[in-house]
Design a binder for this molecule. Structure first.
Ligand SMILES: Cc1cc2nc3c(=O)[nH]c(=O)nc-3n(C[C@H](O)[C@H](O)[C@H](O)COP(=O)(O)OP(=O)(O)OC[C@H]3O[C@@H](n4cnc5c(N)ncnc54)[C@H](O)[C@@H]3O)c2cc1C
Length: 344
């Protein structure tokens, strides 16, 4: 079966049923079809995903990748979706979610080897309970370890890359290979993995020894501070814009720049610049990706007009074919704002 001659949005239902049944032979848990992403994703935004797959083992991921390649089928890996804005027109690519089912956790001295699907808050708690230090800064990040490594996520200008020794990935051929830290090119909220279609399946972290009670207290303090600073009740994807070091020195963090540009609380459709923290965009009901992208385009132009800095997004946008790009690139393509809209 070769699908390369078809545009996948034109696949017939018979073809989809055939693929579904072939995929189910590779999986312990059946493929989900026609999944409403508004019910599945962190921002509660997105259309219908044709296929959502949650593999249970690394072997299943290897078989899936080999199958997709053999049949020229488009696929993308996701974690907890805490950094992705999904296209409201729906996703035709095969979404492969690396989550809870891949949450192994092993400790040898100060080295922790964990499945990429483990949730970051749970990883931080478990290591801290064992008196292992170095990653408490990530205690409040609601993603998976795999997503954290791809994004080099963290807080206080730290990134998980500082603690990564090596990772295991399923490569484009379906083979399991190791990538050493030096080859991952970690930089601020970035790694080489963002440009590759590789499944991160296991991560080896190097931690240091710390006092268990001090670490647990640190976690509580971080969580309590975040619960006051960041919106808790409305769906969001954390910080929308990246903090640029030179802008930070002269103007401050993105949240302050957005607030000073008078944009706090600005609403487009059901998307709103949070009243609590201006670098967060919240979904007040039925927001679409276009609502969020319009706000991103507006914020970029207004802040640039006021400060001279053009802010880039940390948040990624996924298009209908499963391609991921920083959301501002898509916002700029979709919305060329008139002079009235940017208040010139
Ligand atoms: C309330 C809130 C607060 C946040 N605070 C912070 C913060 O303080 N610091 C911070 O850095 N981030 C923060 N974030 C953003 C987000 O949580 C992080 O970027 C997180 O690391 C993303 O992990 P994820 O599992 O949700 O990945 P996803 O959002 O699902 O995916 C992000 C990227 O990683 C890729 N990916 C995910 N898993 C895998 C895998 N196993 N293999 C290959 N590719 C994969 C995806 O393809 C995508 O490119 C916050 C988000 C929210 C909602």
């Amino acid at each position: 079966m070769k699908a390369w001659h078809l545009k996948h949005e034109e696949w017939s239902n018979e073809f989809k049923v055939l693929i579904e049944s072939e995929l189910n032979q590779l999986l312990e848990v059946p493929v989900r079809r026609g999944v409403n992403l508004r019910n599945e994703t962190r921002w509660k935004i997105g259309g219908i995903a044709e296929f959502l797959i949650e593999p249970s083992t690394i072997g299943e991921i290897q078989s899936l990748v080999a199958y997709f390649n053999k049949n020229s089928l488009p696929f993308t890996f996701i974690g907890a979706t805490s950094n992705i804005l999904f296209d409201s027109r729906g996703i035709s690519a095969f979404l492969v979610k690396i989550g809870d089912r891949l949450n192994s956790f092993e400790v040898e001295a100060q080295t922790v080897t964990a499945g990429a699907g483990i949730s970051v808050p749970s990883l931080v708690r478990r290591t801290s309970e064992l008196g292992l230090a170095g990653i408490t800064h990530a205690a409040g990040i609601p993603g998976t370890l795999g997503g954290l490594v791809v994004m080099n996520g963290g807080t206080q200008r730290k990134g998980i890359g500082e603690n990564v020794n090596r990772i295991w990935v399923v490569d484009t051929e379906g083979d399991l290979t190791v990538i050493e830290k030096e080859d991952l090119q970690f930089s601020y909220r970035d790694s080489i993995l963002k440009e590759k279609v590789l499944a991160v399946v296991t991560v080896e972290l190097s931690l240091t020894s710390g006092d268990r009670l001090t670490l647990m207290a640190e976690i509580e303090e971080i969580l309590s501070e975040r619960s006051q600073k960041f919106p808790q009740d409305l769906p969001n994807c954390g910080s929308t814009f990246l903090s640029d070091p030179s802008m930070y020195q002269l103007v401050g963090p993105p949240g302050r720049a957005i607030e000073e540009a008078g944009l706090k609380g600005l609403q487009k459709g059901d998307a709103q610049i949070s009243e609590l923290h201006s670098n967060f965009i919240v979904n007040t009901g039925n927001a679409t990706d276009n609502d969020v992208l319009w706000l991103i385009a507006k914020v970029r132009r207004e802040v640039e007009k006021k400060t001279g800095y053009l802010m880039n997004c940390e948040v990624l946008h996924m298009d209908q074919w499963g391609n991921l790009r920083p959301a501002h690139e898509v916002a700029d393509q979709r919305f060329v704002l008139s002079q009235d809209e940017i208040g010139i």
